[in-house]
Design a protein around this ligand. Structure first.
Ligand code: ARG
Length: 356
């Protein structure tokens, strides 16, 4: 590793990525660690995160607001593709990874870094998504993955960090692993590891329980143009505002909770709880509008290709020729997907009650 002098690290502010900073300096002998954190609408305060990286020893700490490109270039294509991995998961976490990877690579070029790094462990999908995306965007860049090889337990990681002034996490006792952005929350581990355990109330934050959802239903209308949602209840909205409000409306009525066993890229099954109220609502509405606006043969072919699209995105194959080709097909089908969908939100349901 002696040849690497400067690295750009994908930084979240969490323990693993924070510990990566001193670890890259001490164990890999890299002088310059540039931390890069993306604002994807996760609602965290980013200035403390920026400072935390500096405290941990980063030579530079960058924070970028990527919410608009995240929604326009990643979430909206997923809506046009009705993308649901294994028929259920709207890819809220997976869609963020290619965008982060792209910015990581751009920043590495900008600052003349010889490598990029991420703090993913060896068990999940995200390590694969970063590696694959970076590999296709910049095959010559080295990808360093300290958390995959350091072999420290969580306690050891925290202890290592404390030696370098990285505070132990406040919610040290939270048994869950949570990924969060504007599109949703993904929660795994802890008691959820037993697939028969009922998810405790504490795992949810974006959606009401059925019990707490309003007793009275609420009817809403979503307007689409060329496959993209453009208005909510008759009011035009920019893409970010639209997702945001769809989250609030659907979340209030307890719609958008998913409890599933999924097949991970690395070959294991895992249980994950998702809350993706707005995105799931918009996909349902979009799917419905297509039943009215697309010819039967196009619908049929598209439904097959949508599964391929969702699989590609899940597996991290965003920047690939097949993904690009599927996008061309999907975009062509969307030219006349315009109109209105009326939905009744009630106690965990989003019931389609009209379309034009
Ligand atoms: N299983 C989901 C995916 O691979 C979400 C993983 C997010 N991470 C988490 N800590 N829950 O896209």
């Amino acid at each position: 590793m002696g040849s690497i002098r400067k690295v750009v690290l994908a930084y979240s502010g969490g323990v693993d990525t924070s510990v990566c900073i001193p670890y890259l300096k001490e164990e890999y002998g890299i002088q310059d660690v540039i931390a890069f954190a993306a604002d994807l609408g996760q609602g965290d305060e980013l200035e403390p995160i920026r400072q935390k990286a500096i405290q941990a020893g980063a030579s530079k700490s960058l924070v970028e607001d990527l919410v608009s490109p995240f929604v326009e270039d990643f979430a909206f294509p997923a809506i046009r593709a009705n993308a649901l991995y294994e028929g259920r998961y709207p890819l809220s976490t997976a869609l963020a990874r290619p965008l982060i990877a792209k910015r990581l690579v751009d920043i590495a070029f900008q600052y003349g870094a010889d490598a990029v790094a991420h703090g993913c462990t060896g068990k999940g999908n995200d390590q694969v998504r970063f590696d694959v995306a970076i590999g296709s965007l910049a095959p010559h860049l080295k990808v360093l993955t300290p958390a995959r090889t350091w072999g420290m337990s969580r306690e050891e990681t925290i202890a290592y960090g404390e030696k370098f002034g990285i505070p132990a996490p406040v919610n040290k006792k939270s048994p869950y692993s949570i990924d969060l952005n504007l599109l949703g929350r993904s929660v795994e581990a802890g008691v959820l590891e037993d697939p028969m355990i009922v998810p405790p109330d504490e795992v949810f934050a974006m959606t009401s329980s059925i019990k707490n959802a309003p007793d009275h239903f609420e009817d809403i209308e979503i307007r689409f143009k060329s496959g993209n949602p453009v208005a909510l209840n008759g009011v035009n909205k920019d893409p970010v505002a639209l997702i945001h409000e769809a989250n609030i409306l659907a979340g209030k009525h307890g719609f958008g909770r998913i409890d599933m066993i999924e097949n991970r890229v690395v070959g294991i099954k895992s249980r994950e709880i998702y809350e993706t109220p707005g995105l799931l609502l918009l996909i349902r509405a979009h799917q419905e509008l297509e039943t009215l606006t697309l010819p039967a043969d196009v619908l049929n072919t598209k439904s097959f290709l949508e599964k391929q699209w969702a699989n590609l995105v899940y597996q991290g194959l965003w920047f690939t020729p097949l993904k690009e080709a599927l996008d061309s097909f999907i975009d062509k089908t969307q030219e006349n997907v315009g109109g209105l969908v009326r939905i009744r939100l009630h106690k965990g349901n989003a019931i389609i009650i009209g379309r034009s």
